[in-house]
Structures are given as structure tokens and as C-alpha cells.
Design a protein. Structure first.
Length: 237
């Protein structure tokens, strides 16, 4: 009920009126049953506009930091992420990754839509990066289709580091579902998981025509942060 109120009464109508988002391929989202929505990730607001523009509720797996903040800002962030159907996960790897996988499988086991950003983090520069194989494992274990989704111009609306969005029209492009039933029972094969993940990323690249770089976005972010720290240190000399 809370999700419905936020989407259809409290937040959704205002957001649509101000930003006038558009969508192509809405009919490609299954009308019922479990499925994974695999989206590129350009901005914080991706998790707002994707569920806003389709009829069914979407559950996202969000980093746990968003649910543990202190003070008024922490409370507001928790309320917002809960209202938009997001679940906290630990992204530290190891057992935490296994727990995140199980959380996603529980969502799919209920017959719901699960939203995943295969890159694992927001793109630091608008490019599309190498996908993490967790999405492939979920798809094969849950026996569900993967629907490619491309967010358009959300990074122009709210770039990384900005707190207030610009009034820019953003879009959502949804492609045809990808069927990986031919790999049923092979979720333990890391080569199959990589192949499935790469197929998903190819579908996203073709759908959105983003420039693709076959490295992890997290590695690019780490490199950019290292360069920025070095430049700050040099400037202080």
C-alpha cells in the first residue's frame, strides 16, 4: 500500500508532471510472473524513473548504506528507498554476495520483478561497462527471463555528486525479454555465467547504443579516485 501511494499519489504524479519522462517498449515487461529487469546505471534517479514508468512494482537491491544513515537525512533516505521498493544488501563480497543473491532469489520466488544493475555501480562517465555474473546466476537458478532496460539522459538530469536534479526529460527504453532456458542446470559453470552476462550486456549496448568498455566500472572509479587524490596532493605542495 505504501509503495502504491508513493507511486500513484504522493510522488509519482508530481515527478511525471515536472520531468515528463517517456518510455518505449513498455509491453516487453511481462504482465505477470517473475522476471529480472537488467538496466544500465547512469544516475541515482534510475531507481525512481524505471518503476515509475511501468505498471508492475519493481524491487531493487540497493547498497545497505542507504538504510543506515543517521539524522533527518538518514531517515528520509530510508523512507524513500523503502517506498520505492528497494531492499538493503551488503556489497562487500564473499558471504555478503551470497546473501545478496539469496535475497534476489526470494523476490523472484514470489513471482515479482527484480531490478538489477549488472555493472554493479553507476557509470562514472556515461559508458557501459562489464557486467557482474550475479545476474546470470539468478536468472538461471530462478528460471526467469531477463528484460534489458536502458535509461536515457538520467545522468544529465542528476550527475554523480549533484544533490538537486535538473529539469530534463529522461527516457526508458525496454527491449524484448532474453530467454536463457537453454542453460538450465548450468548455473554452477562460471564460463556459462560469463557468457550469459555478456549476452545481457550486448543486448543493453545495442538497445541504448552506449559506448562499451570491457572492464568493471568499479575499477574505473578506483582509478579516477586515485588520480584525483594525486592531483589534490600535488596542488597542496
Amino acid at each position: 500500500m505504501f509503495y502504491w501511494l508513493m507511486k500513484h499519489v504522493v510522488i509519482g504524479p508530481w515527478v511525471k508532471a515536472i520531468f515528463r519522462p517517456w518510455i518505449v517498449g513498455r509491453a516487453n515487461v511481462p504482465a505477470d510472473g517473475a522476471a529480472i529487469l537488467a538496466s544500465n546505471h547512469l544516475s541515482f534517479v534510475d531507481s525512481i524513473f524505471l518503476p515509475l514508468m511501468i505498471d508492475r512494482p519493481v524491487t531493487f537491491l540497493a547498497k545497505s548504506d542507504y538504510f543506515t544513515g543517521a539524522g533527518l537525512k538518514g531517515w528520509a533516505t530510508r523512507v524513500f528507498f523503502t517506498a520505492t521498493g528497494q531492499l538493503p544488501i551488503d556489497r562487500s563480497g564473499g558471504r555478503a554476495s551470497e546473501a545478496s543473491l539469496n535475497t534476489g532469489l526470494q523476490v523472484l520466488g514470489r513471482g515479482d520483478l527484480l531490478g538489477i544493475y549488472p555493472e554493479g555501480t553507476r557509470s562514472p562517465d556515461g559508458k557501459l561497462y562489464r557486467g557482474r555474473t550475479g545476474i546470470a546466476r539468478m536468472a538461471l537458478e530462478a528460471h526467469v527471463p531477463v528484460v534489458p532496460v536502458v535509461m536515457v539522459d538520467t545522468d544529465t538530469m542528476m550527475p554523480i555528486g549533484h544533490r538537486m536534479p535538473r529539469v530534463v526529460r529522461v527516457g526508458v527504453v525496454i527491449g524484448e525479454p532474453l530467454d536463457f532456458s537453454r542453460f538450465r542446470g548450468m548455473e554452477g559453470d562460471r564460463y556459462i555465467l560469463r557468457s550469459v552476462t555478456d549476452e545481457i550486456m550486448v543486448a543493453l549496448q545495442r538497445l541504448g547504443e552506449q559506448e562499451y568498455d570491457d572492464v568493471y566500472a568499479s575499477a574505473v572509479k578506483d582509478r579516477l579516485q586515485t588520480v584525483a587524490r594525486a592531483e589534490r596532493a600535488h596542488a597542496r605542495r
